[in-house]
Design a protein around this ligand. Structure first.
Ligand code: ME8
Length: 520
């Protein structure tokens, strides 16, 4: 037999890399949680997954913030990169590699992609003059900017722009217009969701100008090969992290097998860099293109943009501490259709915790398991023949995985959870309808079947909800007596059933209600 043919299919997924110019915020937490959920889903579904995340440490924004704080750029980057790693740890983010663009391996990788683009004839030296937003680290055409009532000229994301004139290397982006349009046409899934795809296509159809890709007014970046007076434009450096992360330029490194990436998860504000510049750089360097770029929406606190001046910046560490990690993960994933903007507030979070988790899923598990504990000495009873209602609820549970797979393959995380929670609701109706507490006296054999069927449905829900809520589901699967090596999606769909006769550990509540702390 050929060992290669039995090897699992690879799945390479990335987040955007974060500017470590401040402490990580809720938008960063949101992107990490969603990407982690997609990664965990594929792992449990049998893929060989590589999940990359990290920090984007160079550029003018970092230099300016460091100057304001009177520290060096590397000190600023290190401090905030450590905070981001701590946040990832707190939120159970299962990354395989955390990359920092200040690493020497990354400098080497970026210099190599530059050389390949130059060898292809796509880089030339000239003079740049135009508008630049330090906050977006982006160049804008004059007609993309407007002067506000405050006399400040701003770019399309609302950040101030300044006039820049300097000697600069350029990338011949204009030469890639037709090839990019052909890419969007032949690979309709390259950009998602559709609204973002349309935005990119019309931007490219509007005409592409060559892109300034080096700066000489500061030196915090990757040096241009052969011309160390220039550092590379931070986006050339940043985008390249996705190939450095799997070993570029060492194409015989074992992780290189993960390239091309299956998906880059990013926010909607940086779609242009990922869906226009990045494929053009890769085409120029002769490197395979990622299969898909998916942009999520922005989060708003009570519908308002989070900003330091408004004072509504919520610290993701305190959110996790207040509500619980799995609760926060579940809330964002279920509440916000992935790809759209979303809003969060205390009442909405508490409603999800108490309704979906404590009442619906938590109670179903707790009531059935404590009946098994008290009335059956903690041993999962042997079922009798299945009735029509048993078969109906089992069929619903068996059908979840196919629906979830389809939703997750198009990043519709909320739809996978919706489908799962509709089975939670069905299972509650089944449990209430069968009334096993009454059957204990009237028909004990039937009660055993109902408890068995309920435990099997709870098992499948808990297995399928692991990507969203890894800790809580692990705890629930522990008290269902499911061994660690029987928690993958291969056990879903009805081929495998929970085993009767096993002694279960004492049930503990997994989804407590949120109770308001007493006010001071
Ligand atoms: O853009 N809601 O870094 P970044 C949801 N370094 N997502 C948000 C958000 C919000 N309020 N605010 C930011 C950068 N994000 C670059 C990326 S990738 C090669 C380089 C998202 O720290 C944002 O859209 O400003 C991006 O995907 C990520 O957080 C990092 O943002």
């Amino acid at each position: 037999s050929n060992p290669a043919s039995s090897r699992a299919k690879t799945f390479y997924i990335t987040t955007a890399i974060v500017y470590p110019n401040g402490a990580p915020h809720i938008g960063h937490a949101y992107e990490a949680i969603a990407t982690d959920t997609l990664a965990r889903f594929q792992r449990l579904d049998g893929k060989d997954v590589f999940f990359l995340t990290g920090t984007d440490e160079h550029g003018q924004k970092m230099v300016q913030t460091a100057q304001r704080e009177n520290i060096s750029a590397i000190e600023l980057a290190t401090r905030n990169a450590e905070l981001l790693r701590k946040l990832d740890e707190t939120l159970d983010i299962s990354f395989d590699r955390f990359i920092r663009t200040s690493e020497s391996a990354h400098h080497r990788s970026v210099q190599e992609i530059w050389k390949r683009m130059a060898e292809n004839g796509d880089i030339y030296l000239s003079n740049y003059s135009g508008w630049y937003s330090v906050r977006d680290e982006a160049y804008y055409a004059e007609d993309e900017t407007v002067v506000g009532e405050d006399n400040v000229r701003r770019g399309p994301q609302g950040t101030p722009v300044e006039w820049v004139e300097e000697k600069s290397y350029f990338f011949k982006l204009s030469a890639y217009e037709d090839r990019l349009l052909a890419l969007y046409e032949s690979e309709p899934d390259f950009i998602g969701p559709d609204s973002r795809r349309n935005e990119v296509v019309s931007f490219v159809k509007g005409g592409l100008k060559d892109l300034s890709i080096s700066r000489t007014t500061f030196d915090w970046g990757v040096k241009v090969p052969g011309d160390p007076e220039h550092v590379m434009y931070v986006w050339v450096d940043a985008l390249t992290n996705y190939i450095t992360g799997v070993g570029f330029p060492d194409e015989d490194e074992s992780n290189w097998r993960f390239w091309p990436a299956d998906i880059h998860i990013i926010g909607k504000d940086i779609i242009r860099f990922h869906a226009v510049y990045w494929p053009a750089f890769l085409m120029s360097a002769g490197i395979a293109l990622p299969k898909r770029v998916y942009a999520h929406g922005f989060l708003f606190n009570r519908g308002e943009k989070m900003s330091k001046s408004v004072g509504n910046v919520v610290d993701p560490f305190s959110l996790a501490a207040q509500y619980g990690v799995d609760q926060v993960r579940y809330f964002f994933l279920r509440e916000v259709p992935f790809g759209q903007d979303g809003s969060y507030n205390h009442e909405a979070i508490v409603a999800r915790i108490n309704a979906d988790l404590a009442n619906d899923f938590g109670n179903l598990a707790q009531r059935s398991l404590s009946m098994i504990a008290k009335q059956h000495d903690g041993v999962l009873p042997e079922p009798g023949d299945f009735s029509e209602s048993d078969k109906a609820i089992l069929a619903q549970a068996d059908g979840m995985i196919a629906i979830a797979r389809e939703a997750m393959n198009t990043q519709q995380i909320h739809q996978a959870l919706n489908a799962t929670w509709s089975v939670v609701a069905e299972a509650n109706r089944y449990f209430a309808g069968e009334a096993p507490w009454a059957l204990a006296k009237t028909d004990p054999a039937r009660q055993k079947t109902v408890l068995y069927v309920t435990a099997e449905v709870v098992r499948q829900i808990a297995i399928l909800a692991q990507p969203a809520m890894p800790m809580a589901c692990a705890k629930l699967l522990d008290i269902l007596g499911i061994p660690a090596d029987e928690r993958s999606f291969a056990t879903l769909g009805g081929d495998v059933r929970i085993r009767p006769g096993s002694a279960l550990p004492a049930p503990v509540p997994v989804f407590p209600r949120y109770v308001e702390p007493p006010s001071a």
